[in-house]
Design a binder for this molecule. Sequence first.
Ligand SMILES: Cc1cc2nc3c(=O)[nH]c(=O)nc-3n(C[C@H](O)[C@H](O)[C@H](O)COP(=O)(O)OP(=O)(O)OC[C@H]3O[C@@H](n4cnc5c(N)ncnc54)[C@H](O)[C@@H]3O)c2cc1C
Length: 381
Amino acid sequence: MSVDLELDRRTLDFRAEVRAWLAENVPDKPLDSFDTAAGFEQHREWEARLADARLSVVAWPEEFGGRDASLLEWVIFEEEYYAARAPGRVNQNGIFMLAPTLFTHGTPEQQRRILPKMARSDQVWAQAWSEPDAGSDIASLRSTATRTDDGWLLSGQKTWSSRATFADAAFGLFRSDPDSERHRGLTYLMFDLRADGVRVRPIPQLDGETGFAEIFLDDVFVPDSDVIGEPGDGWRVAMTTANNERGLSLRSPGRFLAAANRLLDLWQREGDPADTALAERVADAWIDARAYQLYTFETVTRLAEGGELGPESSVNKLFWSTLDLDLHETALDVLGPEAELRGDWLDGWLFSLAGPIYGGTDQVQRNTIAERLLGLPRGPR
Ligand SMILES: Cc1cc2nc3c(=O)[nH]c(=O)nc-3n(C[C@H](O)[C@H](O)[C@H](O)COP(=O)(O)OP(=O)(O)OC[C@H]3O[C@@H](n4cnc5c(N)ncnc54)[C@H](O)[C@@H]3O)c2cc1C
């Protein structure tokens, strides 16, 4: 497939508009962490400002708050967004994971009801997938959805749900057929985090922030209208979410390009030119970030021509999680002992340690690549 790397006039104009808006509007002082109560609300307000400028969900249709931008324009938007060091996206699990799932499997009614509120972050979403005994092996989940009049009763426990402490609603998988096993008999449902029967318990982290949470569900009523896809077909729906989490949308190249450029800048200002080994690591990190950008252009071209995100999203996930870790470790080595005083790089490094875990661990991505892309025999389970 050939990829045209020349940006056309429309894309260049769009980039100029985004760049100018961000230069004018990105707060000088970083917002508080969105894993704190105050920071969460600051980020929600920021999202409303982005939405007013129709920049919160550029690639969505206009009727839901977007501007029908192409996927390429979205990639460009992301590059500008990260280069401007704009605030993290508090509704990322909604915008980048639930929304693509609703575009593919949701009803028109669900799309009309949910997407415009998501675009403004009037409703912020959490992902409620992991359970205490079902992480990598999500098909072993035990939370249940039991049929009742006009809907379902949800029971069970979810965990490691990012920002669930402050979010409004969540999406997750539940076993709706008690006689089913593994991937069969699962249903994909949305639920209100403040509904009767829901208890959200924050998991305090070492830094004291409490965005992470466990969610306990005790006969929580969910109407039929909050099932995504068909009851019992949840696994297929979940693969759309997972492919977006691992693949294109949650981790666009802009994030790594911006960090790689900052690393280059750091090296030029503070690096020891005699340390050629470290210089090579800086160069490698920059080259990898650029390679990920070019690979993404190829993916975007393929999708624009009608292709789908499939198991190759595991290659993406493995590449960006490794790149992020290498890049931040290199920055800390450039800084030497001073690294501990440099919160910007230290925080980024701490978060990069989680990259090989969330969204499916790197080991699990390697299994997928081996079995589904390379056709190697299935390993023991
Ligand atoms: C920062 C962060 C944010 C998160 N946010 C969310 C969220 O919002 N919502 C949510 O639902 N979850 C979230 N999670 C949870 C995350 O999805 C799980 O931690 C992840 O899927 C791994 O599951 P686990 O922790 O149960 O580990 P386990 O599945 O118990 O794995 C333990 C170890 O065994 C390895 N392993 C397991 N199975 C295999 C196998 N078949 N082959 C080879 N190795 C294997 C794993 O790679 C890992 O090293 C988040 C996690 C982190 C770190």
